[in-house]
Design a protein around this ligand. Structure first.
Ligand code: UDP
Length: 538
């Protein structure tokens, strides 16, 4: 991996001429700053001003052309964290003629993805905010291939997990501070700016208390495509070791400790008759952890960023998340949401310490490790007495930090009991047939025939054909839902039927027009689309 930008492929004079004559060209996707990604030709960056520069010429293109709305509040989010005011992207505009008076541009020949990492020292943030979004942004644009280069503009140094970012392309990612060493005015020949949010599942509570995103668009399948890619790059063998099943306790060694870890390990091993091992980010290499998790039956850990490693669990495995005293598991669900994404096929179990005797607090630590000594006495008293941290916004709520950084002596019988409520027999990977998630198409050739008996009774015979895709599928249960709505009314009568025809006579009036809506349902909960509405006159 070469650190310096190789200038070999580039004809400098041609590039400079193109910049002066054509200026910057930008075309974006997305309707708002929160869902926008822009593709640029000849986007420049002044390392002195620390600003991106858009050069106008007769051939420059700026789509969308927002006028001053570009600053309300920004053109786009540079990170995948939505609408965060430290993550905005914009550029300064200049006429291309100004280049005459500016430092000689240095051209970046690689196709660039320009983005911000959100919190590169926290593993949850690394995967959720950066690695997955970068991976799928690269999948979205074909020229962001393995030869493209990542530019991280958030201003952090490499951070604890830089090796993971390096796996995403063959070129060394560059940091904002390194750009200065390349030149005073950098011009990206081709670049993409922004990051897809399509894979994110959690919002951290900047405007409302944290929780799952309102409209999650990712499923386990895409997560596992990503983890497969990462494991290949990490040289972690994908073939399943058919050997022994085991449980992993993922421990923290600095804070939020499990105080009776040895006892916990023995108890788990005995209860489930499985080997039980501990790993920690401090004591194991990342590849080793991935390899171990990828073949584990159960992952047990305190709430915390290391639990994002459930990404690498095999289908059918169980995640057990332990919460310290006064922390309501329902209020902190990044890992629950991950484990229960459709198609992740993981079992999720939360356990909370409800016994004050079993918690160890650290009031005298610095505030960011949960200390509360800096607060006034009344506030300290209040926090110490409280039995549950009320919902709060990110990120500096002292009561939350105080409770989050407690150590816990796990009450083993209560933990085993909650695990046993979900895991009845042996936990562990299951081979899953994945025809289970496919939806029916529309029913076809729907017809109706009415018959009138006398002046007050009528019947409606409705029939239809199976959805076209059903003949290629093995589906356990096929049902049809039919809604009969009298024209002009806003209520309808719903029916669930097993056959492809039915004669309706209940509440059917003569000389009336009915709208008939029909859809197919697989396995009780896979609802297909309604076919075009059928108009039936009795
Ligand atoms: N971390 C760790 N061991 C510890 C404490 C923290 O490996 O004893 C890791 C943790 O997994 C995360 C980072 O250090 O990647 C920051 O931890 P912090 O407690 O700030 O965040 P949290 O885990 O609560 O998200």
């Amino acid at each position: 991996q070469s650190q310096e930008l190789s200038q070999v492929q580039i004809d400098y004079h041609a590039a400079l001429q193109a910049l002066v004559e054509d200026g910057t060209r930008m075309v974006c996707t997305g309707r708002m700053h929160t869902d926008r990604i822009c593709r640029f030709e000849s986007l420049c960056y002044s390392t002195e001003a620390e600003e991106f520069v858009f050069f106008h010429s007769n051939s420059s293109v700026m789509l969308p052309n927002l006028g001053s709305r570009r600053f309300q509040p920004a053109l786009l989010d540079l990170s995948s964290v939505e609408d965060h005011n430290t993550q905005y992207f914009n550029f300064v505009e200049l006429p291309a003629a100004a280049l005459k008076f500016m430092p000689k541009p240095v051209f970046v020949p690689d196709v660039a993805l320009i983005t911000n990492r959100f919190n590169p020292d926290n593993l949850m943030h690394v995967f959720h905010d950066d690695l997955l979004p970068i991976y799928y942004t690269m999948q979205q644009f074909p020229d962001l291939d393995q030869e493209s280069r990542l530019f991280f503009m958030e201003g952090w140094s490499e951070g604890l997990h830089f090796d993971l970012y390096k796996l995403l392309s063959n070129k060394q990612p560059l940091l904002k501070e390194q750009l200065k060493t390349l030149g005073r005015l950098l011009c990206f020949t081709k670049s993409y700016v922004g990051l897809s949010k399509i894979t994110t599942w959690y919002q951290y509570g900047f405007v409302q208390p944290q929780g799952p995103k309102a409209n999650i668009l990712v499923s386990g399948n895409e997560i596992r495509q990503f983890t497969k890619f990462m494991m290949e790059k990490l040289n972690v063998s994908l073939e399943e070791s058919s050997s022994e099943e085991y449980i992993i306790v993922f421990s923290r060694t600095i804070n939020r400790l499990i105080l009776n870890e040895a006892e916990l390990i023995l108890a788990l091993a005995q209860e489930f008759q499985m080997k039980t091992i501990t790993v920690s980010l401090e004591d194991h290499s990342f590849s080793d952890i991935v390899h171990l998790i990828n073949n584990a039956s159960m992952l047990v850990s305190m709430h915390g960023a290391q639990l994002v490693m459930s990404l690498f669990l095999p289908r059918g495995a169980t995640v057990v998340e332990l919460f310290p005293y006064a922390i309501n598991p329902e209020h902190y669900t990044p890992y629950k949401t991950l484990a229960t994404l459709p198609g992740m096929d993981l079992q999720y179990i939360a356990w909370q310490n409800t016994d004050r005797e079993n918690t160890v607090t650290y009031p005298d630590r610095p505030w960011d490790q949960g200390g509360i000594a800096h607060l006034d006495k009344v506030e300290q008293e209040h926090i110490i007495k409280s039995k549950e941290v009320p919902r709060h916004l990110c990120c500096r709520n002292p009561e939350w930090l105080f409770r989050a950084y407690q150590d816990t002596k796990v009450d083993i019988p209560s933990l085993i009991q909650v695990i046993r409520q979900t895991v009845k027999s042996k936990p562990g990977p299951k081979k899953q047939k994945w025809t289970s998630g496919l939806y029916p198409g529309k029913v076809r050739d729907a017809k109706c025939q009415a018959s009138v008996q006398g002046t007050s009774e009528a019947k409606l015979a409705v029939s239809w054909q199976i959805p076209w895709n059903l003949k290629y599928l093995k589906v356990r249960e096929v049902k049809y839902e039919v809604w009969i709505q009298e024209q002009g009314e806003n209520t309808y009568m719903p029916y669930i039927l097993s056959h492809q025809n039915h004669t309706f006579s209940e509440n059917i009036k003569p000389f009336t027009i009915y709208l008939v809506w029909i859809r197919c349902i697989f396995n009780k909960n896979l609802l297909g689309p309604f076919a075009d509405v059928l108009l039936c006159s009795t």
